[in-house]
Design a protein around this ligand. Structure first.
Ligand code: DCT
Ligand code: MG
Length: 512
């Protein structure tokens, strides 16, 4: 029993679980041992990783270091921190001491050092230094602008541009995406709720069915994994008659544009042609489907039922769509998400997104604040000068960026309050939401679904598993077996996991 490094009350197939140092596992395993002995597998795609887990303080710390590494374009280091965080997310209970981590995979020297510090002192010096660094804050704020990547942000930072306002004043020539990103900065950094995702789904469905009846629309990305908020909404579109989906995106986009639903869109064509490229080169990137990066104009006006579509003048049909989205039930759902399930929401924001930019730290905190002062009244009466008590940001000064105060009980009011106090003149009844649309041929649908459900790390681990353990190449289009020199067909995610020799992991457990 001295070799036991992890003991948990939780059950595995009805038996208490003991996790041993996996290298010593074989040598120590005794016949007749009545307890299940389980080693923690080292690929995230071999593990169940639920959305809510037991080690948020530790994973928050590691995520900040991962963000910082990625912003410094040190991808390898970023992945190492993400893998360590993902391992902790999959553990069945809270880690209380470093000795519990002996023998677990994915924990590099640096990650272990950070974890020990947090376990012993409550904080990590490196994490504190990072969150306080001007460069980190500026890089977060600048890459928080839609259309701005780490390279561009770094160039601007070196020129003394630290905030979106600095950028606006700089007179830099921005591309169309960046101009939209700057224009809708505050709104695009507000988390998108599940009910907003559902409302957008209904609009997308109307558009798709108007131009191609019989087409199928699936909500993908974080929402498919059970998240209650996201930074965007992702949809996958296909049609059971292969070929009917060709050229669909421009038609859908035209329909949405004609209805006034789009504030911005950029469509890229399908460049994946198996016959031309040959079987040895399946796509390794995400850009080969017909894809549309857009910013939607979503009505937040619960009263103005006639106003759901972008245009004021609507046909009866569009009106109906608007009503469906704005039914009492929908509003009720929104409330449930923000009240009944608010703990989850708050937590998600705290772990996942809060840390991404100065703005998001603010947003996450504000939602928590909102919860504390939730009254059901409009948020307009509250003073937006909050003192920062967030352990990650450690500043006693009021937030440096435009103030946003959130009352969780009524998201619509929250949004209109934010909008009413942003650069635009006067409150308005809609918000901007990032939406990604992807069209896939039916035969590739299972691969696209698996590839676009995420999480990003889970996808990365699937591809790494395929290459290193199975000599296969996995993409969002296909699975290629290099030994048998052939593509492996699949019409469901389950079949793909089976081809890969992996236990099926449902979307809700892919939150690595
Ligand atoms: N994806 C991926 N690799 C990338 C980018 C995306 O595998 N480099 C996949 C996984 C998730 C999916 O695409 C959608 O991407 P995001 O919207 O960025 O992620 P998300 O999990 O939906 O997160 P969020 O809730 O913040 O939108
Ligand atoms: Mg998403």
């Amino acid at each position: 029993l001295l070799d036991i490094v992890w003991y948990t009350e939780s059950m595995h197939a009805g038996i208490p679980v003991i996790i041993l140092d996996r290298h010593r596992l074989q040598e120590r395993e005794k016949p007749g041992l009545e307890l299940a002995v389980v080693s923690v597998p080292s690929y995230a795609c071999q593990r169940h990783t639920p959305l809510l887990h037991h080690n948020i303080t530790l994973t928050d710390a590691l995520s900040i270091l991962a963000d910082n590494a990625e912003l410094g374009e040190n991808e390898g280091r970023g992945v190492a921190f993400r893998r360590a965080a993902a391992l902790l997310k999959s553990l069945p209970q809270e880690v209380r001491g470093a000795e519990q981590l002996r023998g677990l995979p994915c924990l590099g020297e640096h990650s272990l050092r950070v974890i020990k510090e947090v376990l012993e002192d409550g904080v990590s010096h490196e994490v504190e230094t990072t969150t306080h660094s001007e460069q980190f804050k500026a890089m977060k704020a600048l890459t928080g602008i839609f259309g701005v990547g780490a390279k561009t942000a770094d160039r601007w930072f070196r020129e003394g541009i630290h905030t979106p306002s600095d950028l606006q004043r700089s007179g830099h020539t921005l591309n169309r995406a960046q101009r939209a990103g700057l224009q809708y900065y505050d709104e695009l950094n507000l988390p998108v709720t599940k009910s907003e995702a559902v409302a957008i789904g209904q609009i997308v469905e109307s558009a798709v069915h108007a131009v191609l009846p019989g087409a199928e629309i699936t909500l993908i990305g974080g929402f498919r994994r059970g998240k209650q908020t996201g930074h965007d909404v992702d949809f996958l579109i296909t049609h059971p008659d292969e070929g009917r989906e060709e050229g669909l995106m421009p038609k859908v986009v035209s329909w949405l544009e004609a209805q006034g639903f789009l504030l911005y869109q950029k469509t890229t064509g399908n460049s994946y042609l198996e016959s031309k490229e040959g079987p040895a080169r399946p796509a390794s990137n995400m850009d080969r489907f017909e894809r549309c990066f857009s910013i939607f104009r979503l009505s937040t006006d619960n009263e103005g039922r006639e106003n759901q579509t972008g245009r004021e003048n609507q046909t009866g049909r569009e009106n109906q769509t608007g009503r469906e989205i704005q039914t009492g039930r929908e509003i009720q759902t929104g409330r449930e998400i923000q009240t009944g399930r608010e703990i989850q929401t708050g937590r998600e924001i705290q772990t996942g997104r809060e840390i991404q930019t100065g703005r998001e730290i603010q947003t996450g905190r504000e939602i928590q604040k909102g919860r504390e002062i939730q009254t059901g009244d409009g948020p307009q009466t509250y003073s937006p000068t909050l003192t920062n008590t967030d352990p990650h940001t450690h500043s006693d000064s009021p937030h440096p960026l435009p103030q946003t105060l959130v009352v969780v009980g009524d998201h619509a009011q929250k949004v209109s309050w934010v909008l009413g106090h942003s650069q635009c003149s006067g409150p308005r009844s809609w918000r901007a939401v990032r939406v990604d649309l992807v069209v896939s041929p039916y035969s590739q649908f299972a691969f696209a679904l698996l590839g676009w459900t995420g999480s990003k790390l889970f996808e990365r681990e699937l591809r790494r598993w395929a290459v290193h353990e199975k000599a296969m190449t996995l993409s969002s289009h296909a699975l290629y077996d290099r030994k048998r020199t052939q593509y492996l067909r699949a019409s469901s995610e389950e079949e793909i996991f089976a081809h890969l020799g992996l236990e099926y992991i449902p979307p809700c457990d892919r939150n690595a």
